[in-house]
Ligand binder design. Structure first.
Ligand code: ZN
Length: 493
């Protein structure tokens, strides 16, 4: 007698290649059997006509909170990880999540940026994108190379974060253009010796030399070769701009030589960050990115910037204010859609959302109201990344078989982490012994619903979403009190 059987669904397991009708039996939060005629259970989900797949693993989710978890659950996410930016102090962050209770499984890397802010300035900021933006009030951590003593301090703090269970090191280099190669090299050696991946937002975003995206990828691949570190590239779609084909060729060549280089992308041509980001301040921003200041939209007001003076004034007013950045115009320009395809469809690449915080009136929204109130804003990717990819690229455009699309949302992100975080061997798969993180969805009905004009719409199509065997969505409805999320972390020493 099992706790639960998911009966008669189309079970897709990207690791074994299984794609056919089967039952899945669950006991104490773990998958214990997959096959036909599995016997009785206390509870049965009839999955006839539905797809049963591993829950999606998001490598890149900022602004984690109760509403963020719920919106991601409707996008099929069961494990949500803050890896590009990371957190600090790591142990305290995990304690806080455990105390609050989480809907989804959660985890974070060591936030190198915050170790730098701590080692190089007197500022105390909260470990979030907005906190990083506010720390631009005293920008030495961003613009300067660290002294030898500071480098030692930064390395000690990063090591502590890894020892406390941080899943690797977050390197948002674009926000830290001053970081030198000696510091980076030492940190990559630390990552390699700890068998921990690094998660990079490359230092430069530009179509033109010097300081081009190509230069930044070449340097990153150099760190993989010269230190042995696993270098994971965040949002390949946004940082490659119009040079994505040349960038993809660099990655393919590096991978073919056995270097530990991986990447992720999100299926939108619009990014999001803080207005204080150093790369906007570059006087040559329009020439370097191929788009004007009007590609930057203030999230709270919806106003587009006019020129550089307007940007500098907005940075002065609140460098931590969130913006939307329209770097590709995929709906209007066919060439831009092709560019986005290169990163979204990259073989072996993961889909990851880069979700950002839900905000209301300029402050984070973390409340219990469901559905989310009108007027709450974020980025549609915080609500629709995975369903958008699976419905538009996989189902409508048939860019790849469904099982391969599922792999990019599940197995591939799990594999990117599992060498350093062994518990990820139990995620991204439907097989006995794995965590019962499972999505049951209506593939024909699957659809992202969030738009820039209406971000608070959950995606459609998820009928049941299980996290460690417990439903967070049942029969298409949120179970508001479910908190089955557990930490994902390296084994703390
Ligand atoms: Zn990000």
């Amino acid at each position: 007698m099992y706790d639960l059987i998911i009966r008669g669904g189309r079970v897709i397991d990207p690791e074994s290649g299984h794609d056919g009708v089967a039952d899945v039996a669950i006991q104490a939060g773990t998958i214990v059997a997959v096959g036909a005629g599995l016997g009785d259970a206390a509870q049965v989900i009839d999955a006839g006509g539905l797809v049963v797949a591993p829950g999606f693993v998001d490598l890149h989710a900022h602004g984690q909170s109760l509403p963020a978890d719920r919106m991601q659950a409707f996008d099929g996410v069961t494990t949500t990880l803050e890896l590009e930016l990371g957190v600090w102090p790591v142990a305290r962050w995990y304690e806080e999540q455990g105390r609050a209770g989480r809907t989804l499984n959660y985890g974070a890397s060591t936030g190198w940026v915050f170790t730098r802010i701590g080692a190089m300035t007197a500022q105390q900021v909260e470990a979030s994108i907005e906190g990083m933006g506010r720390a631009m009030r005293d920008p030495r951590w961003s613009s300067a190379a660290a002294t030898a003593a500071e480098t030692e301090d930064i390395i000690a703090r990063v090591r502590q974060g890894l020892d406390e269970g941080g899943i690797g090191i977050g390197f948002p280099n674009a926000y830290v253009p001053g970081a030198g190669a000696k510091e980076m090299s030492a940190l990559c050696r630390l990552a390699a010796s700890a068998n921990a991946p690094t998660f990079t937002h490359i230092a430069y975003m530009s179509n033109v030399d010097p300081r081009s995206s190509i230069e930044a990828y070449t340097r990153l691949i150099g760190f993989a070769g010269s230190t042995g570190a696993h270098m994971h590239m965040c949002h390949f779609n946004s940082t490659s701009l119009q040079d994505v084909e040349a960038a993809a060729e660099l990655v393919r060549t590096a991978q073919a030589q056995g270097l530990k280089v991986t990447l992720e992308a999100y299926p939108y041509g619009v990014g999001s960050t803080v207005v204080g980001a150093a790369f906007f301040t570059d006087p040559e921003f329009p020439q370097r990115t191929g788009g004007g200041y009007d590609t930057i939209e203030l999230l709270q007001s919806g106003r587009r910037l006019a020129d550089r003076d307007d940007l500098l004034a907005a940075q002065e007013q609140d460098p931590g204010a969130l913006i939307l950045w329209h770097f590709l115009d995929v709906d209007v320009t066919p060439r831009h859609r092709d560019l986005l395809d290169v990163s979204v469809l990259f073989p072996g690449g993961a889909i990851a959302s880069d979700a950002i915080a839900w905000m209301i009136d300029g402050a984070p929204y973390t409340g219990d109201a469901w559905p989310l109130p009108d007027g709450v804003v974020s980025h549609p990717r915080s609500a629709g990344t995975f369903t958008r990819f699976l419905s538009r690229w996989v189902r409508e455009r048939q860019s790849m078989p469904l099982i391969e699309g599922i792999a990019k949302c599940t197995l591939i992100p799990a594999q990117i982490l599992e060498a350093g975080t062994p518990q990820m061997h139990r995620k991204g798969r439907i097989k006995p012994g794995c965590d019962a993180d499972i999505v049951v969805f209506d593939y024909a009905d699957l659809r992202d619903m969030a738009e820039f004009s209406a971000m608070n719409r959950p995606a459609r199509g998820m009928r049941h979403v299980l996290v460690n065997g417990e439903a967070v969505i049942a029969d298409g409805y949120l179970r508001p009190n479910a908190r089955p999320g557990r930490p994902v972390r390296r084994e703390a020493r």
